[in-house]
Design a protein around this ligand. Sequence first.
Ligand code: FES
Length: 323
Amino acid sequence: MSLERTLTVRVERISRETPEILAFELTHPWGRTLPGYEAGAHIDVHMPGGFSRQYSLARWSAGAPSNAASYVIGVKREAASRGGSASMHERVREGDLLAISAPRNTFPLREEAKHHLLLAGGIGMTPLLAMAQALAARGADFTFCVFARSEEHLAFADALRDLALAPHLRLHLDQGDASQRIDLHALLADRAPGTHLYVCGPGGFMRAVREAAAHWPDDALHAEYFAAPANANTTTGLPFTLKLAQRGIRVPVAADQTAVDALHEVGIDIPVSCQQGLCGTCVVEGDGEGAEHRDFCLTGSERRHKVALCCSRAKGQELVLQL
Ligand code: FES
């Protein structure tokens, strides 16, 4: 198993966005530009203490797709932190160097959409802010709904005040004016043709949106998770065999093994990062129809021909991969 190649960046600026969220601006250590990215992309951050976490890039600019002057990420200090967010909040200082991955985008804007509906809950603002900025720049038809507890808990409030976003922005504050609160069921009751929904936020918010949009077609619903839901099983299941079409060999996967572990045992290196089906690093081409998909990053149409090997298994006894 291997991690992807890393880049070194300098922590240029740390700013407090809310009592729980810090924004980190990351630049090239020698002032060069960083690899470009599309709105919705994320990076892996390898932090002090040996932790690695995925963070969405929170700002988008016209030059971002080709090369970026800096990356901005938002890090919420989680009460139940397993070390990642606490490490970023307590141990990382301005001027420090960090290793990161190049940006990857498993949450892209859909070119075929006629209208984009962006729903951001709390720290879930980060990828959706970049997407809203990209849509505003291209004059697209979109609505950006931001949910926060109060003004004090609203991250990236300065960016939200941008006049280019104002006509598209709906702000829901739990402790704010009742008349401005957004009723998810009413908002999602009817889907105008061509509308695509993008959602990112804490687990409860994601569940509420998915329930309210249960009648939407799968391919019009796009979600970015921070962590696998508590009841997700991403590691074990029935044993099966991987058939590697290009190599012409079969590799057995034991009940308590993942496909990447089994491939690693026979010397086939598949890059991994989150190992929870979130980031897309381990995704390969294959017979998606024959897979029991357990990831949280592929769309319905991608699942027909792609498989996330850190978590997904075969529906039957064999899964064909283009490896
Ligand atoms: S390693 Fe992140 S989806 Fe598999």
